[in-house]
Design a protein around this ligand. Structure first.
Ligand code: F0G
Length: 444
């Protein structure tokens, strides 16, 4: 791996400011105006586009963990590391792109592909961003890292921090994190702080703590996280032989991933890796949809956080997403759209993805529910080339899945449980331990 001196710097995204800082400053927002920061580069690719594409592909066959990683094999497109020995990897990325015929039919599409980020080492797309985020923590000499999380970020950060020998502090909303995720953070030895509040409370508090201490913040407000998450988009294009699909569909919570996709698309188009831009569609749960509200407003100017976000897709139960301005930039750059979907729509879409033999966690299924709605509205055409990103593994939230299939899924509405119908429920069959009875039951 080459270790030429990096041109990376931090740059404020606000056009009127555009202040720049050294990439080794421990900063999350602009010191002048408080704006969000990008990692900016003067890209100097060592070869032309065709040769770079060939190198990316070749590295997938390597035995060396960093060389093969689905993030670091694209390192020329995220060149902020001077010393490769500092890279912390768990063999992230290189996730499958599946066809999903039943899900396609359900949504009214001729075909649909699903990029399954749940097939990552800790079972979510966060690993792509955590390999870069924790590597930056090591570069800065941090000894402790922290995040607020609805679960997946904490699981991923805990694993990568453990690999790097860093202390991990995770702040989660008490009682609102799926057990698959909580169990990971505990097992990877993070200090888990359950806050009596929601994700937005946890986010506010951890940001203040990071400002006042040496603890390095690894939420997606940290621009180095998003550099790794760019690789999800890069790899997706590679799997499509660099022909961008018409649409890429993402679930939206804190809006870091949508921001990373926007940056990747912009850079890849500028560098000539893709010839046309895909359109992004960001899907939110209706009960936690402040970005949808912004998009639906006439001028896209006033962002109004929601104080009581509510959805059983706990991963995206977020009322005040930190990266909304970057996500808006991505939507504007790609002529994208934002949609919102109900709890019932998410639950049924999830079962459909399961029926393709793929499966995912609830937040990920918001994508298919959103596609169905956008196809019905004529925004997405039946013949469009569509890829949705499944952000988390089915096993992250087994309680939700079992509740759906046994007719017990319900969301609390002001103290009253509101049932979700198991439209595609697949109930277990209870029977005596008797072979004849079982054969009759199974019609065999
Ligand atoms: N899907 C899953 C499975 C998630 O865990 C998240 C976010 C999202 C979608 C939304 O992505 O925030 O980039 O818009 N989870 C964060 C966490 C908030 O703490 O694990 P986003």
């Amino acid at each position: 791996m080459s270790d030429t001196h990096s041109t990376a710097r931090l740059r404020c995204i606000e056009a009127h400011c555009a202040a720049t800082y050294k990439a080794t400053e421990r900063l999350y927002t602009c010191k002048h105006c408080g704006g969000l920061l990008d990692v900016a580069y003067d890209f100097r690719l060592p070869a032309g586009v065709a040769e770079m594409r060939a190198r990316f592909r070749e590295r997938r066959m390597a035995n060396d963990a960093v060389e093969r990683s689905g993030v670091w094999r694209f390192r020329e497109l995220l060149p902020f590391v001077d010393d490769p020995a500092q890279i912390v990897t768990l063999a992230e990325g290189n996730t499958p792109l599946y066809t999903a015929p039943r899900s396609a039919q359900y949504a009214g599409l001729q075909s649909l592909r699903l990029k399954h980020q749940g097939m990552n080492p800790t079972g979510s797309f966060k690993d792509n961003g955590m390999t870069t985020g924790v590597t930056q923590a090591v570069r800065l000499g941090a000894t402790a890292v922290a995040c607020a999380s609805t679960g997946n970020t904490s699981a991923s950060m805990a694993a990568y921090a453990a690999r790097a020998g860093l202390r991990a502090l995770v702040f989660i909303p008490a009682g609102q994190v799926a057990y698959g995720k909580l169990s990971q953070a505990l097992e990877y030895k993070a200090t888990v702080v359950e806050i009596e509040g929601n994700f937005d409370d946890a986010m506010r508090i951890v940001r203040e703590i990071a400002e006042e201490t040496d603890i390095y913040l690894l939420n997606s407000i940290n621009p180095f996280r998003l550099e790794g998450q760019k690789a999800i988009a890069i790899e997706l294009f590679e799997q499509c032989d660099w022909q961008a699909p018409d649409w890429i569909i993402l679930p939206g919570g804190n809006l870091g991933n949508s921001s990373a996709f926007g940056k990747a698309i912009d850079e890849l188009a500028t560098l000539g890796f893709i010839e046309r831009l895909p359109r992004l569609a960001i899907i939110q749960a209706a009960g936690a949809s402040p970005f949808y509200e912004l998009f639906a407003s006439s001028d896209h100017a006033t962002f109004r956080p929601q104080t009581q976000p509510a959805t059983l897709a706990t991963a995206i139960r977020i009322g005040n997403p930190v990266s909304w301005k970057k996500a808006l930039r991505a939507i504007e750059r790609t002529r994208g759209v934002v949609e919102r979907v109900s709890e019932q729509e998410i639950a049924d879409a999830k079962a459909m993805i399961g029926s393709d033999g793929i499966g995912c966690e609830p937040a990920s299924a918001a994508t298919l529910a959103g596609i169905k709605k956008l196809v019905a509205a004529g925004v997405i055409k039946t013949t469009d080339d569509v890829t949705a990103v499944l952000t988390g593994n089915l096993l992250k939230d087994p309680s939700y899945t079992v509740a759906y299939h046994t007719g017990k899924l319900a969301i609390d509405r002001e103290g009253e449980p509101q049932a979700i119908t198991g439209s595609f429920a697949n109930r277990p069959l209870r029977v005596a331990a008797d072979k004849q009875q079982i054969k009759r039951l199974l019609n065999t």
